[in-house]
Design a protein around this ligand. Structure first.
Ligand SMILES: *[C@@H]1O[C@H](CO)[C@@H](O)[C@H](O)[C@H]1NC(C)=O
Ligand SMILES: [Zn+2]
Length: 446
C-alpha cells in the first residue's frame, strides 16, 4: 500500500518535468534551412523555377515572389551540393540558418500541464492541445472573470473555444489565433493573453474592452502538427485522397482570387466555396452574435510584421494611414521591449504578395471594423517555424506591448526617418534613439 502511494506520488512529480515532443513520423531531419535575397531577375527566376519544375526537393517557408524580398527554404541534404552549385552559378549568396530542422524542432519543448499545479502551465514551453483545452476548462471554472464557450466543432469533432472576458463595456475585441496549425507561437500568445487577463496583469486599460479570444481556430490542424507533420497548416478536411483547406483563404472576401489554390494538395487550397469549412463557419456565426466589432486582431507566424487590410490591394484603403500610425507606434514599443524589428504595411507591402479569402479582410469589409490588424509574430527566419521554446515568453511580451499600443494609441507624429525607405525600421537610427531613450521625445502628440 505504502509503495503504491509512493509510486502514485512519483508519477505525479515526474509528469511535471519538461519532455521533448514525441518523435514526429514525418521527419525533417534531412532538411536544412537556407535564406537568400534575390537581387537580380535571373536569380529570382532560378528560385521560382526550383518550385515550379520540382527538380530539387525544396520546401518553401517564404517563397520567392519579388526582387529584394527574402526567401526561406528547406533543402534536402542529398541535394545541397547541387543547390549550392546552381546558386553559385547565378551569383546568389545563400546562408544556412539551420543544419537540421528536426533538431531545431526538438527545442520546441512541450511541458505537460499538471492540473493541481496552476503554475505548471507557463510560457517557457509549448503545449499540446489536450493540455491547452484542460487548462482553459480549469481556468474558466476557477476564475470568475472569464467564461469558456464552444462556438462549434471542427471537421474531426474537436471543440472550437472562445474565452471571453466581459467588462460590461461597448468595445468588443476579437483575438483570433491558430487558424494555421503549424503556427504554434500564435496559439501561445493567445494563451499568454488569457493568462494575463485572468490575473488582471495584461495592461491597465484592459477592462475598457470585452475580450473574445479564440486561441485555436484550427484544432485539428494543430493536433496534426503535433502528432504527424510539424508543418501542417490547413484543417483536416478529407478531399478524395488529400486533406485540408487553408482556413485563411476560406472567408467570403474576393474568394479564390489571390494566393489561393484550387488543388487540394496545396497548402493554400481555399476549399470549394466560402465558409465550406465548419471552423470558418463557426467563427462567422459567432461574430454574428456580437452587436459590433471595433477591434479584430489575428495572430500568425512568422515574419515580424504588422499587416493592415486589405489583403488583395496594392493601394492603401480607407483608414489605412491612421492604422499605420498606430502600428508604427506599436513597432517602436516592440523594439524598445526586446530590440525586435517589425515591418508594417499591407500584405503586398510586407510580403510582396496579395491574398484573398482571409479573415481580416472579410471582417474589415463586412463589419466595417476599424481596428483590424494581423500580427506576424517572430521570427525573421533565423529559426522560422522552429522558434525555440526559450523565445516564447519574450515574443509574447513584445506582442502584448504592440497590441496594447494599437488599442490605446492616439494619433501621434512618428518620425518618418525611423522607418526606412520601405516600411521596415531603420536599424541605426532606432538603436541610436533607443540608446538615448529619446523615442518619447520624438513621438510627440499631434
Ligand atoms: C533576424 O533577427 C536576429 C535577432 O534579432 C538578427 O540577429 C538577424 O540579423 C536578423 N536577420 C535578418 C535577416 O534581419
Ligand atoms: Zn498563418
Amino acid at each position: 500500500m505504502a509503495l503504491m502511494i509512493f509510486l502514485v506520488l512519483l508519477t505525479k512529480i515526474t509528469i511535471g518535468i519538461c519532455v521533448t515532443p514525441k518523435p514526429i513520423p514525418l521527419n525533417y531531419g534531412n532538411y536544412s534551412l537556407y535564406t537568400t535575397v534575390p537581387t537580380e531577375a535571373h536569380q529570382l527566376k532560378f528560385l521560382q523555377n526550383l518550385e515550379t519544375e520540382k527538380y530539387l526537393d525544396v520546401i518553401y517557408w517564404k517563397r520567392p515572389v519579388k526582387l529584394y524580398y527574402d526567401v526561406h527554404m528547406l533543402i534536402h541534404n542529398t541535394e545541397t551540393e547541387m543547390f549550392l552549385e546552381r546558386a553559385k552559378h547565378y551569383n546568389l549568396a545563400v546562408k544556412m540558418n539551420l543544419y537540421d530542422v528536426q533538431e531545431a524542432f526538438k527545442n520546441q519543448t512541450i511541458r505537460q500541464y499538471v492540473r493541481l499545479r496552476e503554475n505548471s502551465f507557463n510560457f517557457d514551453n509549448y503545449h499540446s492541445i489536450e493540455d491547452i483545452y484542460q487548462w482553459l476548462t480549469d481556468m474558466s471554472t476557477k476564475h470568475k472573470n472569464c467564461v469558456l464557450l464552444s462556438i462549434g466543432k471542427s471537421v474531426e469533432g474537436r471543440d472550437i473555444f472562445v474565452m471571453s472576458f466581459k467588462n460590461g463595456v461597448k468595445k468588443n475585441v476579437i483575438i483570433e489565433a491558430g487558424i494555421h496549425g503549424n503556427e504554434w507561437i500564435a496559439i501561445e500568445f493567445a494563451l499568454y493573453l488569457i493568462d494575463k487577463l485572468i490575473q488582471e496583469k495584461a495592461f491597465t486599460q484592459a477592462k475598457k474592452f470585452n475580450w473574445y479570444i479564440i486561441p485555436i481556430l484550427n484544432p485539428d490542424g494543430f493536433a496534426y502538427s503535433h502528432t504527424t507533420d510539424r508543418l501542417w497548416r490547413k484543417n483536416r478536411r478529407p478531399i478524395g485522397k488529400e486533406f485540408g483547406v487553408d482556413l485563411n483563404r476560406n472567408f467570403n472576401y474576393n474568394f479564390r482570387a489571390y494566393s489561393s489554390s484550387i488543388d487540394p494538395r496545396d497548402d493554400e487550397y481555399c476549399g470549394p466555396e466560402p465558409f465550406s469549412e465548419p471552423e470558418t463557419l463557426a467563427l462567422k456565426n459567432f461574430l454574428r452574435t456580437l452587436k459590433t466589432i471595433k477591434y479584430y486582431f489575428s495572430f500568425h507566424a512568422y515574419g515580424q510584421a504588422i499587416i493592415i487590410p486589405y489583403g488583395d490591394r496594392v493601394k492603401h484603403m480607407g483608414d489605412y494611414s491612421e492604422m499605420e500610425n498606430y502600428g508604427k507606434q506599436a513597432i517602436i514599443k516592440m523594439f524598445a521591449a526586446n530590440r525586435s524589428k517589425y515591418t508594417i504595411g499591407t500584405i503586398y507591402d510586407t510580403m510582396g504578395v496579395k491574398i484573398s479569402g482571409n479573415s481580416a479582410s472579410w471582417v474589415k469589409r463586412v463589419y466595417r471594423a476599424k481596428y483590424v490588424m494581423t500580427f506576424m509574430m517572430r521570427d525573421n527566419g533565423t529559426y522560422g517555424h522552429a522558434l525555440p521554446a526559450d523565445q516564447i515568453e519574450a515574443t509574447c511580451n513584445e506582442t502584448l506591448a504592440g497590441l496594447q499600443t494599437v488599442m490605446t494609441a492616439q494619433a501621434r507624429y512618428v518620425p518618418t526617418n525611423l522607418f526606412g525607405s520601405s516600411t521596415s525600421l531603420n536599424n541605426n537610427l532606432l538603436t541610436f534613439f533607443c540608446t538615448l531613450a529619446a523615442i518619447a521625445i520624438f513621438v510627440v502628440k499631434l
